[in-house]
Design a protein around this ligand. Structure first.
Ligand code: F6R
Length: 218
């Protein structure tokens, strides 16, 4: 059943949503769903990577979802990693997502260090969409996708906590033992910017989809 054919979907990259995207493509190919009226807004993009770089998040989205469904290309949005003025691009993107009323449904993964989008552990929650220095933990975790650790970009453009929390519904997917500490802290710990996902405790409609390994510290 399609509840809102013209919805705004907030999308994530990484390994966590791949199964979700496969399932959506299967349903689309079986004629069960259409994305013709959908607008998508992605969480983040590496600074310095073009959309054609095979590790850019734009490229990931094209190959894992957009190229296989009927979403209109002009309705798919990812921050521009090549923008000359990355801060201005973040401000533009933030205003754009807000102009849509934020996502109807935001899909999230969680970093081993508890990041959401690329909102890294920090002394305070960063509300606006911003340029962020990736932590060593994130560079390490994402090195698996690059030829070498040195090739992992050191900065990214990420939706801030403001527009993520502005989503009407949030679905987080977490799997594997390396997410267990983050999942525990997110659900049971105090709301703390050192574990950014803990802010989700303050959101009224979050669904966590996790495997046993990710829940093993609960
Ligand atoms: C990706 C993103 C990140 C990932 C997180 C988990 O767009 O925003 O927060 O969701 O790093 O990555 P995976 O799923 O690869 O473990």
């Amino acid at each position: 059943m399609i509840v809102k054919p013209e919805c705004v979907l907030g999308l994530a990259t990484g390994s966590s949503p791949i199964g979700t995207y496969k399932g959506l493509v299967e349903r689309y190919k079986a004629g069960k769903i259409s994305f013709a009226g959908v607008t998508t807004v992605n969480l983040d993009e590496y600074k310095g990577l073009s959309g054609t770089h095979d590790q850019s998040y734009r490229y990931f989205m094209q190959h894992n979802l957009f190229d296989h469904i009927d979403v209109r290309p002009e309705c798919t949005h990812v921050p521009n990693g090549l923008a000359e003025d990355a801060e201005a691009e973040c401000a533009r993107y933030d205003a754009f997502v807000r102009s849509l009323g934020c996502a109807d449904l935001q899909l999230l993964g969680v970093g081993r260090n508890g990041h959401i989008g690329f909102n890294e552990p920090c002394d305070e929650f960063v509300v606006p969409t911003h340029v962020v220095d990736l932590t060593e933990s994130t560079i390490e975790a994402n090195a698996r996708f690059f030829a070498s650790r040195d090739e992992v970009p050191r900065q990214a453009l990420t939706m801030g906590i403001g527009v993520i929390m502005g989503a009407k519904k949030i679905v987080m997917v977490a799997s594997g033992a390396d997410k267990a500490d983050a999942v525990y802290g997110m659900v049971k710990g105090p709301v703390n910017p050192q574990l950014p996902a803990s802010i989700l405790q303050l959101h009224p409609d979050v669904t966590l989809v996790a495997d046993k390994a990710a829940l093993s510290k609960m």
